[in-house]
Design a protein around this ligand. Structure first.
Ligand SMILES: *Cc1c(COP(=O)(O)O)cnc(C)c1O
Length: 376
């Protein structure tokens, strides 16, 4: 059986967790958290990286930092994970879903301006499969209308747009280290800040509304309740696991990239013959091999292919059910403009197994089966 995902494990995780336990320091913001944040800042060039309990919580923090009122509107794609939308629904904002581009499955930057009203405050973009949205255009729209840009870069660590790391182009960048992502800590994430002025506010929000971060740096002699906040800091045990992964990220990325390239090489003939489409990476985007997906002709063909692969021991999976057609999506938002691609393309998309420890033989076997399915 080839599963869809196996969480990454490089070998040193248990030793690092043991060190945290032996140091009797297992709550948040100890040495391991600091080491992780410093490394992530080096990878992304973010002004500040705040490790969080999940990618979802990094998005929630972004929504809270955006200071929205209940009349305010947020523009986002409908083809995304619920957390992109929940963050803004939780603070009472109204969701305005915009169609995606069929090539990258990302929000169609050409349709954003049409969805802007005098209530619009935020554009929340999702870099699907670690492939960047068209950020130049999106940032210039944001500048023109004075909007905040939140990047859901949950799938996008190591990805770039015109050489710039994703999650550091807009105001807030949200990474995830869930066990399905390239690097993991079980459950966890990070909020990336690009603006110096946001750092203090974000630290207070993350630390139960206190200035404890300043206290730890010796900048104040006691810490007190400064503002509204919650607890978004992960345990040192999780941070220790992540640090092992960050240290070995070259190895992890190399393995994923190899698998990704093998898929692309092996399946390109099926694409040339017109049977399937293979995911596209625009020239200005550097992807991170987070995902390899193909597109079948339609929903029916995809279901047949999923069954065929399952019978042969392979777990390939579809992805998001568009949010605007889900009960909560209808309650908290609406689609602006035509749904030309969101529903249609989501029904054709199929993700193939891709993880750190997948072997080349497994990838070749999967490609072979898909070829047999189409050309028997
Ligand atoms: C994984 C993911 C999230 C949520 O991250 P968690 O760490 O699981 O909370 C949000 N958005 C997208 C696009 C994701 O892929």
């Amino acid at each position: 059986m080839i599963p869809f995902n196996i969480p990454p494990f490089v070998g040193s995780e248990l030793d690092y967790i043991k060190q945290a336990v032996e140091k009797r320091k297992i709550c948040g913001d100890g040495d391991w958290t600091k080491k992780c944040s410093t490394k992530i800042e080096a990878i992304t060039n973010a002004k500040k990286c705040l490790l969080t309990t999940s990618g979802t919580h990094a998005l929630d923090m972004s929504a809270l930092l955006s200071n929205l009122s209940t009349d305010d509107e947020v523009i986002l794609p409908s083809f995304t994970f619920t957390s992109t939308a929940n963050a803004f629904a939780l603070v009472g904002a109204k969701l305005r879903f915009v169609d995606i581009r069929p090539d990258t499955m990302n929000i169609d930057e050409k349709l954003i301006e049409n969805a802007i009203t005098n209530k619009t405050k935020v554009i929340s973009v999702v870099h699907y499969a670690g492939v960047s949205c068209e950020m130049d255009r999106i940032m210039s729209i944001a500048k023109k209308y004075n909007l905040i840009v939140v990047e859901d870069a949950a799938q996008a660590i190591f990805s770039k747009y015109k050489g710039r790391p994703l999650g550091t182009i807009g105001n807030y960048g949200c990474l995830s280290f869930h066990e399905t992502k390239n690097l993991s800590m079980g459950e966890g994430g990070a909020l990336l800040l690009t603006n110096e002025n946001d750092i203090e506010k974000a630290e207070i929000l993350r630390e139960k509304g206190t200035d404890r971060s300043k206290f730890f740096r010796g900048q104040v002699d006691k810490y007190t309740w400064q503002d509204k906040g919650s607890s978004y800091l992960p345990s040192e045990l999780n941070a220790a696991y992540l640090y092992a992964q960050l240290e070995n990220s070259d190895r992890i990325q190399k393995s994923r990239m190899n698998a990704w390239r093998t898929y692309k090489n092996e399946l390109s003939e099926l694409e040339h013959k017109g049977y399937i489409e293979i995911m596209k990476v625009p020239a200005e985007c550097e992807h991170n091999a987070h995902m390899f997906y193909i597109k079948c002709n339609d929903l029916h063909e995809r279901s047949k292919l999923i069954d065929y692969l399952k019978k042969n021991g392979i777990n390939a999976v579809f992805h998001y059910i568009p949010l605007h057609s889900a009960p909560a999506g209808r309650r908290y938002g609406k689609f602006v403009g035509e749904d030309n691609y969101t529903t249609k393309e989501s029904e054709r998309l199929l993700r193939l197994p891709l993880y750190y420890s997948i072997t080349n033989e497994d990838v070749l076997y999967i490609c072979d089966l898909i070829t047999k399915f189409y050309c028997k």
